[in-house]
Write a protein that binds this ligand. Structure first.
Ligand SMILES: C[S@@+](CC[C@H](N)C(=O)[O-])C[C@H]1O[C@@H](n2cnc3c(N)ncnc32)[C@H](O)[C@@H]1O
Length: 227
């Protein structure tokens, strides 16, 4: 993918939430079986709910639609935990694209739309407080060019890049090693991907890996922990 812009169209998934489709890669941003369902399963249930700390720094690979950030925000309202959400994105959505996402109303009728808007409007490359419990730093950057020493120590990784067969260079030993080196002891790494080559690469970088049942439509996913 060489272009600065990424062409995308909106599609409905099976749980009623929408996703984006990238014709150039023949790839969706989420599972067509349900975008919200997949994000809740892979990142919130298998990731956020497995971290025991009260104050959590999350690193997300691929901010995209902001769905993982939105679900994490509303989870902090329930749990009372504090989250600093650091997210990497090379191809930010235009306002015309994020304005048609239907996640806000589906996730929280009263406040969902306004929170999703705040997440997208938050300035890039600086820490923005969305609430007492949730701040976000959106880094407009190519994942291959991150200065890893500038990333705060991580408690939880949401690895949500496009699939390894579409963007193999983002699932490299080098990127995984850089991420694992920034992870605190006991930190958790979660991804929708279940490929053996990814599991082995994360293991070689220093994580203890397990396969978990995937979201509907997908048999397995991966989770790792730094011990
Ligand atoms: C599978 S999508 C998921 C995004 C997001 N987590 C969501 O729920 O919408 C992958 C994301 O990675 C971003 N991306 C692609 N190549 C990238 C790169 N080299 N560096 C940083 N982000 C990249 C895409 O623009 C897209 O937003």
């Amino acid at each position: 993918m060489k272009n600065k812009e990424l062409k995308r169209s909106v599609e409905k998934t099976e749980d009623g939430s929408v996703t984006l489709f990238v014709p150039e890669l023949n790839e969706h941003y989420h599972s067509v079986h349900g975008a919200i369902q997949e994000s809740n399963h892979v990142f919130i249930d298998a990731g956020l709910h497995a971290v025991e700390k009260e104050s959590i720094t999350i690193l997300e690979a691929g901010f995209g639609t902001g769905l993982n950030a939105l679900l994490t925000y509303f989870d902090t309202l329930q749990s009372g935990k504090k989250v600093h959400f650091v997210t990497l994105e090379k191809y930010p959505l235009q306002s015309a694209e994020y304005e048609v996402l239907n996640y806000g109303a589906l996730v929280n009728k009263e406040e969902g739309e306004s929170v999703l808007k705040q997440l997208h409007e938050a300035l890039w490359n600086q820490k923005v407080e969305i609430s007492d419990h949730f701040s976000i730093t959106k880094c407009h950057v190519d994942m291959k060019e991150v200065v890893w020493q500038d990333i705060p120590a991580i408690d939880l990784v949401y690895f949500d890049a496009f699939a390894p067969d579409k963007q193999p260079d983002l699932w490299s030993d080098e990127i995984f090693q850089s991420i694992v080196d920034r992870m605190n002891k006991e930190a958790i790494f979660t991804t929708y991907c279940a490929k053996g080559v990814v599991r082995r690469s994360l293991q070689a970088a220093g994580l203890t890996m397990e396969r978990l049942p995937g979201p509907p439509g997908k048999r397995e996913m991966l989770r790792g922990q730094k011990r």
